[in-house]
Design a protein around this ligand. Structure first.
Ligand code: GSH
Length: 207
């Protein structure tokens, strides 16, 4: 059985949803970051950067979210990651957009907030960056049901997870109508609802 180290509602939730989409049972190991559980010597042996997600699959310990998702979706032949060709490249492009562009854009805002900056030019610039990325998503979704077309792919799930962090930013961000429509469809899926119930998070981004 898989083991997932997670924080409720954090980027690890995309792995949780993917496991549910693949109908895979998982042992959930909650990490309380506020209590410093990610900095204990035991946890640092599992995750040297003190981060989540970490997925344990037999003898394998996988630490980067995108690598974990690709590993799972390939292993379980999930349509969330097309097998080959342009469709696969596009799905990977938008997974990486969420993981390596949008996620760090939010992380910069949280870093500023944690360090006492809730307004001023740095915060404005960081929020403007987040808004410009969501504007790009909105533009794509004006002509597509999901970020890569009519088939939901893994990027949509990670976008939905990240969108729900917006209420914790130092300033509000704008999610467009097409984006909210996509988020509603993704979050309505039984796999997402199961993860919401198991992690006990509230989903607000699609309202
Ligand atoms: N590149 C990593 C980033 C993971 C990451 O930033 N996780 C956050 C939660 S969403 C975390 O563990 N933050 C705590 C820390 O960095 O100390 C991945 O995609 O897995």
């Amino acid at each position: 059985m898989y083991k997932l180290y997670y924080v409720p509602g954090a980027c690890s939730m995309s792995v949780h949803v993917a496991l549910n989409e693949c109908n895979q049972p998982v042992t959930l190991e909650k990490i309380d970051m506020a209590a410093g559980q990610n900095r204990t010597p035991e946890y640092l042996k599992i995750s040297p950067r003190g981060q989540i997600p970490v997925l344990v699959d037999g003898d394998m310990v996988i630490r980067e979210g995108a690598a974990i998702l690709i590993h799972l979706l390939e292993k379980h032949n999930s349509p969330l990651l097309p097998k080959s060709g342009a469709a696969r490249t596009e799905a990977l492009e938008w997974l990486m957009f969420a993981n390596a562009t949008l996620h760090p854009a939010y992380a910069r805002c949280f870093f500023l907030k944690r360090n006492g900056q809730t307004d001023g030019p740095l915060v404005d610039a960081a929020i403007a960056n987040v808004n410009s990325l969501w504007a790009e998503v909105e533009q794509r979704l004006a002509t597509r049901t999901y970020i890569c077309g009519e088939q939901m792919t893994i990027g949509d799930i990670l976008l939905a997870v990240i969108a729900n962090w917006s209420g914790n930013l130092p300033q509000p961000v704008t999610l467009g109508a097409h984006t909210k429509r996509m988020l509603k469809q993704v979050v309505a899926r039984p796999a997402y609802q199961k993860a919401i119930a198991e992690e006990q998070v509230e989903y607000k981004a699609a309202a």
